[in-house]
Write a protein that binds this ligand. Structure first.
Ligand SMILES: Nc1nc2c(c(=O)[nH]1)N[C@@H](CN(C=O)c1ccc(C(=O)N[C@@H](CCC(=O)O)C(=O)O)cc1)CN2
Ligand SMILES: NCC(=O)N[C@@H]1O[C@H](COP(=O)([O-])[O-])[C@@H](O)[C@H]1O
Length: 205
């Protein structure tokens, strides 16, 4: 059974999709903790499911590396990143760049979901950027996190057309309709060994 630590910063609809999937005893992964860099509304989803939560605020630390060390400690307290089985850290709406020390500690057992077709539109405002670029399609990417920002090996992608005149919020919700099942399927594939993260990392250019 793959142990998951899920990291969020917002509403947590992707987290809820993982919680719903993990409620099925046949699902090959279980969420052992949910963490955030802020008092994210999505933490309520974990609390409702009886999953332990924690908040590690960047402003409480001198720099990003120290924040990352504390975030790592909180995750390892729940058995992810320790022992013979590394588990998996899933960034599902974490809106904070993880420092190099954290990435070295967990990657490639550290993935992120991003609302664009990377390498297009990296960063914190992908949906807005795709609209501003006049793109006719966009989508979602699940990738391994590396020390760059949205530069890690791509694991899965799904595409969605952009409709004329739609708002950022409308488009983002349509992206999420693809993103939630894609993330669940990707975690399932990793848990079942059908997707090898170490191999994906080795194959990266
Ligand atoms: N080392 C990495 N950390 C993270 C990655 C990554 O690819 N490498 N992905 C992010 C998630 N993300 C895009 O998918 C992302 C989130 C946030 C930012 C960003 O610029 N954050 C700023 C703060 C922005 C704000 O407060 O509005 C920051 O951290 O200074 C870029 C990309 C998860 N972590
Ligand atoms: N660059 C990072 C980024 O934009 N991540 C995005 O935040 C959203 C969180 O939604 P949720 O809180 O409803 O799961 C998701 O769409 C995720 O791809």
């Amino acid at each position: 059974m793959l142990k998951l630590a899920v990291l969020i910063s917002g509403g947590g609809s992707n987290l809820q999709a993982l919680l719903d999937a993990a409620a099925d005893p046949e699902f090959p992964a279980r969420i052992v903790c949910v963490g955030s860099d802020t008092d994210a509304p999505g933490l309520a989803h974990a609390e409702a499911a009886g999953v332990p939560t924690f908040v590690v605020r960047p402003r409480d630390y001198d720099d990003r590396e120290e924040w990352g060390q504390m975030l790592s400690a909180a995750i390892q307290e729940h058995g992810v990143g320790t022992g013979p089985e590394p588990g998996l850290v899933v960034s599902a709406g974490l809106m904070r760049i993880l420092p190099a020390g954290f990435v070295r500690e967990f990657s490639p057992h550290l993935i992120n979901t991003h609302p664009a077709l990377l390498p297009l539109h990296p960063g914190a405002h992908a949906v807005r950027d795709a609209l501003a670029a006049g793109a006719t399609e966009t989508g979602v990417t699940v990738h391994v996190i590396d020390e760059g920002v949205d530069t890690g090996p791509v694991l899965r992608q799904a595409r969605v057309e952009i409709r004329a005149g739609e708002t950022e919020e409308e488009l983002h919700e349509r992206i999420k309709q693809l993103e939630r099942p894609l993330l669940v399927q990707t975690v399932r594939d990793i848990a079942l060994g059908e997707l090898d993260l170490a191999e994906a990392a080795r194959a990266a250019p």
